[in-house]
Design a binder for this molecule. Structure first.
Ligand code: SF4
Length: 681
């Protein structure tokens, strides 16, 4: 093609939470190339391999093009009206016979803010249940619970670019250069400017190679490590006493709990050197601007909330909150997981984290929407699967999620989906979950619709339509609106901008957001009114929405499973640069998929030798929940008693093995620690 014959449409990347701004080059209703956009406050002209080359899924031959209804075990093509009528009638019958709480829905971190808003409105306002959740339950539910408790807000405190001026960067539980590549690149630029880097991870990831101190911790020992760092800081008088006195509460309890976490004790728990703990603590506490970046290595534990609160304790202890280039920065995985949470795709929260248990909030939304609302907190993703497997759930509506690969203990997920009477999946491809559905609705991709995504730094940015919908697919918001209308709620929206106006009217932190205002550049929430410039970093001048910053010390508790004689290795899971989530999109991008088409397991050379495994050979990996066959990759990135697998792949899907035990507060599963045995085949 010739460049001058293409149209350029600026939009937001549909992969990770960095939220890179990009131009889609369009010719003859086809995206033919992607370029970084000139103006992009989230990425400043950088794109990673997925953003730049991962667009070929958009018009892939596998795209769903028409509604499908399962008849006698086989999908047959249907009209939209047939599909809508069937879904509406199943919802009505379930509601009448078993009550609204027999129906549940999973909203989507891949869909726009406007779509997430309508999804939870459909469930709360039309079906009358708060059984609405999404995959944040599996990635950052412990962040939302932990940081909301200690700081009053569960969001990333600072902005992507501020890391360039951090003096010390502490990365823990995040393989940043692979999972958030543009932020990983900013971290490397900061190192060139003289910043120091501490990395705490079970694997020797890329950033570990560039670090000043690398703490290769045993999976599941985060809380002990963070406590050990605080023990040294308090013991050596390195804390910011003025900040603590002025801006925090519960410091005495923190001091009392941290006393027991001497570097020697922590070194033994974490499998690292006590002197390295001292050095890391001194390095973190020695500068004015130290930032912490973390992700699912901290959150996906049965003690995930304690891990998050311990990070917050550490930052408060050194006054590293409420200023530029510092802060607590939980990196959101999917493009719009921050927005899906903001929009109330959570069982206890209406948009803007307004609680369903608060009568004033319920009154406000009843008035705004003109409907009766339930104040009973709904079911989480993990609870839906339990209720489903017990036969107590009648309808499940899944928009843009793929629990058959993404959730722990897939055998249990499959049992639940098979027992639920009626399952609807709305997606762009026939996913592993859609194959088990009764009705499948073809949705439009990000390139075919208008809307907004909110990235990991709370920046609300535009998504723009570049091409017509593929086949007979429709934007998710249009599908949801039609279904609401079929179920008797007659509000009609003519475009996504109107939905954002409604969001702004009921969500204080989005009060100043409109499509006009974010046309050129995004705005970061809180943005309470039309004159507000947005908020670059949170908790300035010690002002927390909860009042003071709260120290919430936690003791180290072992993971639910440990290695034993039957299952002698610890399996930990994660993501890789080239694939995204359950790979529904990236496996359909030929160039990317050719590089990594199948699942694999990283294993230490000594362990592989002991088990008779060779690089590239097949191995059977089993846990108490299931077994898989995968390909062996021998590497000393992992320790001898630990193996690592990415979760993207359907063949050898690692979540057949993972533990569905959950953090009791956030209900997030313990993906990061499962005991397994490995056999040569
Ligand atoms: Fe897209 Fe994330 Fe890559 Fe940016 S860093 S191009 S948002 S996948």
């Amino acid at each position: 093609f010739r460049y001058w014959e293409t149209n350029k449409v600026k939009t937001t990347c549909s992969y990770c939470g960095v939220g890179c701004q990009m131009d889609l080059l369009v010719k003859d209703n086809k995206v033919v190339e992607v370029q970084p956009s000139d103006k992009g406050l989230a990425n400043n002209g950088l794109l990673c391999v997925k953003g730049k080359f991962g667009y070929r899924f958009i018009d892939h031959k596998d795209r769903l093009k028409t509604p499908l209804i399962k008849k006698e075990g086989k999908f047959v093509e249907a009209t939209w009206d047939e599909a809508y009528d069937l879904i509406a009638s199943k919802i009505k019958v379930a509601k009448e016979e078993f009550g609204p709480d027999s129906i549940a829905g999973f909203s989507s971190a891949r869909c726009t803010n406007e779509e997430n808003y309508l999804f939870q409105k459909l469930f709360r306002g039309v079906i009358s249940t708060n059984n609405v959740d999404h995959c944040a339950r599996l990635c950052h539910a412990s962040t939302v619970a932990g940081l909301a408790t200690t700081l009053g807000s569960g969001a990333m405190t600072n902005s992507n670019f501020e890391v360039l001026n951090s003096e010390v960067i502490f990365v823990t539980g995040s393989n940043t250069t692979e999972t958030h590549p543009v932020i990983g690149s900013h971290i490397k630029q900061a190192l060139k400017r003289g910043a120091k880097l501490i990395v705490a991870e079970p694997r020797r990831i890329d950033l570990a190679v560039h670090s000043d101190i690398f703490l290769q911790i045993t999976p599941g020992t985060n809380v002990a490590l963070f406590n050990g760092l605080m023990n040294v800081i308090i013991d050596e008088n390195l804390q910011d006493k003025e900040y603590i006195e002025k801006n925090t509460e519960n410091y005495d309890e923190l001091v009392s709990v941290m006393k027991d976490y001497t570097p020697e004790r922590v070194a033994e728990i974490c499998g690292i050197d006590a002197e390295d703990i001292r050095k890391a603590a001194r390095m973190y506490a020695s500068v004015d601007k130290a930032s912490i970046f973390y992700s699912m290595g901290v959150t996906q534990h049965s003690t995930g909330t304690q891990g998050v609160m311990s990070i917050s304790n550490l930052a408060l202890l050194c006054g590293n909150i409420g200023k530029e280039s510092a802060g607590v920065n939980p990196l959101r995985g999917q493009n719009n997981v921050q927005g899906a949470c903001d929009m109330g795709a959570l069982p206890g929260d209406l948009p803007g984290y307004q609680k369903v248990a608060n009568p004033d909030v319920i009154n406000k939304f009843q008035k705004a929407w003109g409907v009766e609302l339930s104040n009973k907190v709904g079911l989480t993703v993990t609870e839906v699967m339990t209720k489903g497997s017990e036969g107590d759930l009648k309808v499940l509506y899944v928009m843009g999620e793929n629990p058959m690969l993404s959730d722990p203990d897939i055998n249990h997920v499959k049992e639940a989906l098979e027992k639920i009477d009626f399952v609807v999946v709305q997606d762009i491809f026939l996913t592993e979950t859609a194959e088990l559905a009764d009705v499948v609705l073809p949705a439009a991709s990000f390139a075919e619709k208008e809307g907004t995504f909110t990235n990991t730094e709370r920046r609300i940015q535009r998504v723009r339509k570049a091409i017509d919908c593929i086949g007979n697919s429709k934007p998710d918001w249009e599908i949801l609106m039609t279904l609401m209308n079929k179920l008797g709620y007659d509000k009609v929206y003519s475009n996504a901008s109107e939905i954002m106006d409604e969001i702004a009217s009921v969500t204080p932190s989005y009060g100043g957001i409109s499509f006009d205002r974010i046309d050129q550049e995004g705005l970061q929430w809180p943005c309470p009114d039309k004159d507000h410039p947005g908020t670059k970093f949170l908790h300035k001048d010690g002002k927390f929405s909860r009042g003071k910053g709260l120290f919430k010390p936690a003791d180290y508790i072992k993971s639910a499973e440990s290695a034993d004689k039957d299952y002698p290795y610890i399996l930990t899971t994660g993501r890789m640069l080239y694939h995204y989530h359950t790979a529904t999109m990236t496996k359909r991008v030929e160039g990317i998929n050719r590089l990594f088409p199948h699942s694999y397991m990283e294993i230490h050379p000594t362990t592989a030798n002991r088990l008779g495994l060779e690089d590239g050979s097949k191995a059977k990996v089993s846990s108490r929940r299931g077994e898989i066959i995968t390909t062996v990759t021998i590497t000393d990135k992992v320790e001898e008693d630990v193996v690592f697998m990415p979760f993207h792949f359907a063949d050898g899907a690692v979540n057949y093995l993972t533990n569905s035990v959950v953090d009791p507060t956030a209900k997030i599963p313990e993906f990061k620690v499962s005991a397994v045995k490995i056999e040569r085949i």
